[in-house]
Write a protein that binds this ligand. Structure first.
Ligand code: AMP
Length: 186
């Protein structure tokens, strides 16, 4: 099973992606987690990404596409994966299409979670208090939501027209939402 999970910040993408990964026995590949790991360990990739992520901006495509390409080529990705946080703009969709064509492994479905803006803002504020992420300050949050609306949300239409979009209501209990996702994917 090769999946994307998409949706605005705070919609519960990461939580659902982990549950989907466990359910299908596939790796959960989060570009945000990869950048955070590299920033925490102060690697050259982390140093380059930090100036963008701290401001809530997207890391340049060239760098992002490369980490995804390398990750998808790893052994544990042979039988499927769920990509969380990628692609985030039209150029990344094109890059992913090319990678998958080269690998000969087409995408199966795109799980699209959505919820009201009020709910998203409350969840983001809660996470900021609990996890203290550097990019969970008001300015960076607003920038991330703006980037999502302008660059990422339009990609849902792209996948809808390809017939692989699975829209899911992201409001409600975590377990209920995952059950809805599994039912839709099975
Ligand atoms: P996330 O945890 O997915 O919200 O990602 C945290 C931050 O990592 C984002 O605000 C971006 O700065 C960076 N990032 C994650 N995924 C991507 C991507 N696909 N393209 C560019 N930047 C990304």
């Amino acid at each position: 099973m090769r999946l994307l999970i998409m949706g605005p910040q705070g919609v519960g993408k990461g939580t659902q992606a982990k549950l989907i990964a466990e359910h299908y026995g596939i790796p959960h590949i989060s570009t945000g987690d990869i950048f955070r790991y590299n920033m925490k360990n102060n690697t050259p990739l982390g140093q380059e990404a930090k100036s963008y992520t701290d401001k809530g901006q997207l890391v340049p495509d060239e760098l992002t596409n490369k980490i995804v390409k390398d990750r998808l080529a790893m052994d544990d990705a042979k039988n499927g994966w769920i990509l969380d946080g990628y692609p985030r703009n039209a150029a990344q969709v094109e890059a992913l299409d090319k990678m998958l064509e080269e690998l000969g492994t087409p995408l199966d479905k795109v799980v699209a979670l959505d919820a009201d803006r009020d709910i998203l803002m409350k969840r983001i504020a809660k996470r900021a208090a609990e996890e203290g992420r550097a990019d969970d300050n008001a300015e960076a949050i607003a920038q991330r939501l703006k980037t999502y609306d302008e660059e990422t949300a339009p990609l849902l239409d792209t996948y809808k027209s390809r017939g692989c979009l699975v829209p899911i209501d992201g409001e409600g209990d975590i377990e209920d939402i995952s059950k809805t996702i599994f039912d839709a994917l099975d």
